[in-house]
Design a protein around this ligand. Structure first.
Ligand code: IPM
Ligand code: MG
Length: 360
């Protein structure tokens, strides 16, 4: 199969982790007889340095011309990086939000899975981690507070800022459907997370989700307030199969879910639209403090590449091979610093990528 893959190296640890994911993709291509060609796209700080803006029309067009895009991470240290002297709409994060919107990537899938091998790294009490967990957060990605109207103004001498949280029923319906479709291939449970005791947008979210549920009689739908969900994720994560939620709640809960797996360095994600196209990226950020030091964990990006093989290219066997190689390396005791525990072998970013690639 011929696959046109866009690569966004991005900022901070981005270039290092994308390089390792590419190693693994190339190993899969050569083992299974595929041709992967790569186009490098600029986004975030890397784009600001060249073009003065975090996202250009050119990048959007290049992305559209690819079958899928694999991204590292974008953004820098807000205290020290000159990117944060720019007005908010020209900072690195605005580029990421812009490309999500431009490509209509409304469905963000963030799986959180506790590897047996990483139980030691799980910060939860042993009786909780023993039960294990395997969930996927389905986060709405192109609406809500992230894209509502916002302004900062002075009213009667008082500085006032407004952000708007708005959802229409169509936006809710399409993401709910996506969550139910995913649940049908898993344990058939959707927990829709909202704040319907306070927010109108959440009350509509609940109604529309219940309407969608009628088309999926096999799937068990439950609702949970977001504050309770934050608590349940550390008390009893095993209860969750698919968590469906809006943009901002999903941003927060997915960081929490990833941390209970042991490290945010393990969590992959896929941002999808209505076609087969996807933008695949680790759930974590650009970790500027360890950039360029061969310390970053490339596994989240490698697992994101596996999601790309599965969702965009339908290459299940190849995706399985990548996931199995990750598991194998963990089983053999290799760890980057973030997931290291006593008795394991500490390796750097590049070595971790090579070890996984060699096991494809
Ligand atoms: C994420 C990130 C982004 C988000 C930032 C970098 C804008 O935290 O992908 O979770 O908030 O969506
Ligand atoms: Mg986030």
């Amino acid at each position: 199969m011929e696959c046109k893959i866009g690569l966004i190296h991005g900022d901070g640890i981005g270039p290092e982790i994308v390089r390792e994911a590419r190693k693994v993709l190339d190993a899969a291509a050569s083992k299974y007889g595929h041709t992967f060609s790569y186009t490098e796209l600029l986004l975030g700080g890397a784009s600001i340095d060249v073009h003065g803006v975090p996202l250009t029309e050119e990048t959007i067009e290049q992305a559209r011309a690819c079958d899928a895009v694999l991204m590292g991470s974008i953004g820098g240290d807000a205290k020290t990086s000159p990117w944060y002297q720019l007005e908010p709409s020209r900072r690195p994060e605005a580029g990421l939000l812009g490309i999500r919107k431009a490509l209509n990537l409304f469905a963000n899938l963030r799986p959180a899975y506790l590897y047996d091998e990483l139980r030691e790294a799980c910060p939860l009490r042993e009786d909780i981690s023993r039960a294990g967990f395997d969930m996927v957060i389905v986060r709405e990605l192109t609406g809500g507070l992230y894209f509502g109207e916002r302004k900062t103004e002075e009213i009667d001498g008082v500085r006032t800022a407004v952000d708007t949280l708005s959802y229409n029923e169509n936006e809710i319906r399409r993401i709910a459907k996506r969550a139910f479709d995913i649940a049908m291939k898993r344990r058939k449970k959707v927990c829709s997370v909202d704040k319907a005791n306070v927010l109108d947008s959440s009350r509509l979210w609940r109604k529309v989700t219940e309407e969608v549920a009628k088309d999926y009689p096999e799937v068990e739908l439950s609702h949970m307030y977001v504050d309770n969900c934050a608590m349940q994720l550390v008390m009893n994560p095993a209860q969750f199969d698919v968590i469906l939620t809006e943009n901002m709640f999903g941003d927060i809960l997915s960081d929490e879910a990833s941390m209970v797996t042991g490290s945010i360095g393990m969590l992959s994600s896929a941002s999808l639209n209505d076609t087969r196209f996807g933008l695949y990226e680790p759930s974590h950020g650009s970790a500027p403090d360890i950039a360029g030091q061969d310390k970053a964990n490339p596994i989240a990006t490698i697992l994101s590449a596996a999601m790309m093989l599965r969702y965009t290219f339908d290459l299940d066997r190849e995706a399985d091979a990548v996931e199995a190689a990750v598991r194998q390396v963990l089983k053999e005791g290799y760890r980057t610093g973030d997931i290291w525990s006593e008795g394991c072998t500490k390796v750097g970013t590049a070595a971790m990528g090579s070890l996984i690639a060699e096991r494809i």
